[in-house]
Design a protein around this ligand. Structure first.
Ligand code: FAD
Ligand code: NAI
Length: 515
């Protein structure tokens, strides 16, 4: 009978229309995003009688706070030595040129220019916080300095969101000889050094031992930073370097060193095993139960613990060393902690209460990697904390405004007996409103899962779903990883640039020029 055929055809037509409409809607959304980015509305000048809210940092915690904060309610000042927000989850991809560094940076100037009421920004480092005098000492450490490059900024409310620095545990030689992977500059340095090692290894009459050393890429730390970097590096070699410099095909080697018995300790056992077996396939050597004790300009000295518990010293010559052993407290945070008796037992950062108030202080809050709230130092935690503070501060300002209205109304109660009833009703309405506004619950973190790229277009994901956990790894997870991070990028501009970079590196390969 012809009817089902026609129905099938109708379905196809509908599907076609739907695709067509989605394409139009998508293009419209993109065009609107671009238009909005380029044409911000005129801004209102801040009211000098409002409280000074000073935010230190321009990372995940600070920017997430800024995004949701009603800047009309305060005089907001942002201070950071970095005049951009960095989307760290794609930083390992910048070390090999899969993604270009500017694609994952969003200028802080653009972020604050899109707020309704203007926000001040000082490109400077906070060097000291004085909770007694309520001032922050700041220093312009950039290359170009004006006559004024050190000053103090007063605050009524302060948010410390300065992140963390790289942990080295005082191991000799680490700072002098290794690359870290935290900032854009680190990724650029690594990218340059990879190709420098390759070119130096192919220098005329280089000895075989020296070639082996130069092409040995050592990564210390089997957390997600180390694992993702090792995966990206091996991809770079397999997909590009090998093609252009075939003579080093069997000499390029990546080794990942981890002190614990396994890599990615925060992932489930199944995904740890999957990562380790994928690394084996990719020919990345993993050395677990191996703790680096010393670094020289050419070697890494590590203590390996065998299955019988016996310890042996291994000396590994390297060409490139990337150090990714986690976080340490920044000096400005350490200094603040030393001034507050309630912080004396805190080791990993500023201990905060359930409203993210720094314990032992009244007007200082902390978010992200510099705060100890009982969660892992991740972007997910920092951005949820930032958003929580924005809600809290919006509420606080609104409730203060209502409280002052109530007090004004209360004063007028004994003036006109006839008006008293109306004023009381007004007060009651305001009090109800106040109770509703003030009903702000303590900070609660919602874990959405952990994702990591492990190389050869595979990723692992521990996703929280319907009160359970869902662990998955492989090629489909890699597509999920890409779409999740793409949707989390800060702006439409970042999203478009990242997609173009992915297409570019797929079509033309990654660039092997050294600069
Ligand atoms: P940051 O984002 O580090 O921001 C700190 C800000 O403070 C910066 O702007 C800095 O310039 C500024 N600052 C520093 N010192 C001072 C000072 N003295 N005064 C004023 N400002 C100062 N987490 C995830 O959840 N998922 C991931 O996939 C993920 N991938 C990562 C990949 C890499 C390579 C790295 C390094 C980290 C990754 N993380 C990830 C962790 C995540 O980036 C951090 O947890 C997050 O950046 C913490 O946010 P924050 O705001 O505390 O600090
Ligand atoms: P990490 O703290 O997670 O891991 C560092 C690893 O280095 C540890 O496993 C530790 O045992 C090892 N280590 C320390 N000293 C060592 C030594 N001397 N020799 C050998 N190994 C040593 O640090 P990482 O990876 O930098 O991550 C920092 C934070 O950022 C974490 O909270 C992490 O979850 C988050 N992050 C999340 C990512 C993701 O979700 N995809 C990606 C990158 C970071």
């Amino acid at each position: 009978a012809p009817a089902p055929k026609r129905r099938r055809f109708r379905w196809f037509r509908w599907l076609w229309r739907l695709t067509y409409l989605s394409a139009i809607a998508g293009t419209g959304y993109l065009a609107y995003g671009v238009y909005e980015l380029r044409h911000p509305d005129d801004q209102v000048e801040p009211d000098p009688t409002k409280k000074n809210l000073v935010i230190l940092g321009s990372g995940w915690g600070a920017v997430s706070l800024l995004k949701k904060l009603d800047t009309d309610l305060y005089n907001v000042t942002v201070i950071s030595p970095r005049n951009y927000f960095l989307f760290t989850p794609l930083l390992p991809s910048c070390t090999t040129g899969t993604v270009e560094h500017r694609s994952i940076m969003e200028p802080i100037r653009s972020i604050i220019r899109h707020k309704k009421t203007a926000v001040k920004f000082y490109e400077a480092e906070a060097t000291k916080i004085d909770p007694e005098r309520k001032v922050v000492a700041i220093n312009d450490n950039s290359d170009i300095k004006g006559e004024m490059n050190q000053t103090e900024v007063p605050y009524d409310m302060l948010v410390v969101s300065v992140g963390a620095e790289n942990a080295t545990f005082g191991i000799p030689g680490v700072r002098e000889h290794s690359c870290f992977l935290k900032e854009i500059g680190d990724a650029q340095q690594i990218r340059k050094k990879i190709m420098d090692c390759v070119e130096t290894a192919t220098f005329k009459d280089q000895s075989p031992e020296e070639v082996d050393r130069l092409l040995h890429m050592v990564v210390v730390g089997g957390g997600p930073t180390g694992v993702e970097f090792a995966g990206e590096l091996q991809d770079f070699f397999d997909q590009d370097i090998k093609k252009w410099v075939p003579e080093i095909s069997d000499k390029f080697k990546v080794t990942l060193i981890e002190a614990l018995p396994n890599v990615l300790p925060m992932f489930s056992k199944q995904l740890i095993d999957y990562t380790e077996s994928t690394f084996k396939e990719e020919k990345i050597t993993i050395k677990t139960k191996t703790m680096v004790k010393k670094v020289t300009d050419r070697t890494v000295e590590a203590e390996a613990t065998g299955p019988d518990g016996k310890k042996t010293l291994e000396v590994l010559p390297y060409g490139l060393l990337v150090w990714a052993t986690g976080n340490a407290v920044r000096p400005v945070v350490k200094d603040l902690m030393s001034q507050i008796p309630a912080q004396k037992d805190s080791r990993r950062g500023l201990a905060v209460n359930e409203y993210l108030v720094v314990q032992g202080t009244k007007d200082i809050w902390a978010t992200g990697d510099c705060a100890v709230a009982g969660y892992a130092p991740t972007a997910q935690v920092a951005s949820q904390e930032g958003a929580f503070l924005a809600r809290l501060f919006n509420t606080m300002a609104k409730s203060e405004a209502i409280e002052s209205q109530i007090s004004t109304l209360s004063q007028s109660l004994n003036l006109q007996p006839g008006d008293a009833a109306a004023v009381s009703r007004d007060i009651e309405t305001h009090e109800k409103q106040l109770r509703r506004i003030k009903d702000i619950k303590p900070f609660h973190y919602t874990h959405q899962g952990s994702l990591a790229y492990i190389g050869s277009e595979r990723a692992v994901a521990d996703v929280s779903w319907l009160n359970g956990n869902f662990a998955t790894g492989g090629g489909l997870t890699y597509l999920f990883w890409r779409s999740a991070y793409l949707s989390m990028c800060f702006s439409t501009r970042n999203r478009v640039l990242v997609v173009l970079d992915w297409l570019k590196s797929k079509a033309f390969g990654r660039d092997v020029s050294r600069e």
